[in-house]
Design a protein. Structure first.
Length: 260
């Protein structure tokens, strides 16, 4: 049964207009962000000089664009996918039919999470490729940073797994595309207020520092910035916790009315 659910989900994913619209937007964003970094570096006159943007001396410029996109915009696409591809199925009655056919809650939730995760990874890979190819227009190929690049990509994929689980859980709880987007935006605004209360992106301390460490973006940023073993392990641990907890919450939101 789970095999049939997966097959149906990925068939729907390939035919989804949401996926291809988001992919187009993501590719354009990636190219523009890479171009912005190039412009900032040219203004500096020399690579690594402060220009008002966060230039990481340990990372190739064309990859900074992809990493910036991951932290800022890509989780939003996870939210859109969960709203359109999962919450929308409640309104259509699709999920009720699947459950009535005998599929278990674990299998159904896993299939929906995997659909959102794969769609998000597809966009992420596209942004990395576009950023790198666009970067070759401005810089020579950077081979000294491949290890760091793949490490950052690995952490990014773990983050996407956590974000996908979070928004799919919201989809099962709210059962409304508009509700998922509304609550998702609200959560992002709240987290931003708690982790960046002054709006200056300065390092926060005390309570705000603790909250920042509990977020996936905060754990990821610390790992990329510090490059220490403990920071990297923590950045691996946090998304896995989100993945597990949100998965349990999502699966528990199947109730008897879903199979009537």
């Amino acid at each position: 049964m789970i095999k049939n659910v997966l097959k149906e989900d990925f068939y729907r994913l390939k035919r989804s207009k949401t996926l291809w619209i988001c992919l187009t937007v993501a590719v354009v964003f990636s190219f523009l962000i890479t171009t912005f970094y190039n412009f900032a570096i040219e203004l500096a006159g020399e690579y690594g000089v402060y220009t008002g943007v966060d230039l990481n001396e340990y990372m190739a410029p064309e990859l900074m664009a992809a990493m910036a996109f991951l932290n800022a915009e890509l989780p939003i696409f996870c939210m859109i996918f969960a709203a359109a591809l999962v919450a929308g199925e409640f309104a259509q009655g699709t999920l009720r039919q699947i459950l009535a056919s005998g599929a278990g809650r674990v299998g159904v939730y896993f299939s929906k999470w995997l659909k959102v995760f794969v769609a998000s990874v597809f966009l992420y890979v596209a942004t990395v490729v576009v950023s790198y190819l666009a970067g070759l227009m401005y810089w020579k190929p950077q081979t000294d940073y491949l290890g760091i690049m793949f490490g950052d990509i690995g952490l990014g994929l773990l983050g996407l797994a956590g974000y996908s689980s979070l928004y799919v859980a919201l989809a099962f709880m709210l059962r409304s595309a508009g509700g998922v987007i509304g609550v998702g935006i609200g959560l992002n605004v709240l987290v931003n207020l708690l982790t960046n209360p002054l709006g200056t992106n300065e390092t926060v301390v005390g309570f705000f520092e603790t909250v920042n460490k509990l977020t996936m973006s905060g754990a990821y940023s610390a790992a990329v910035g510090e490059s220490g073993v403990s920071a990297v392990l923590y950045a691996v641990f946090v998304p896995l916790v989100y993945l597990a907890l949100c998965g349990v919450v999502g699966m528990l939101n199947f109730v008897k009315r879903d199979v009537r």
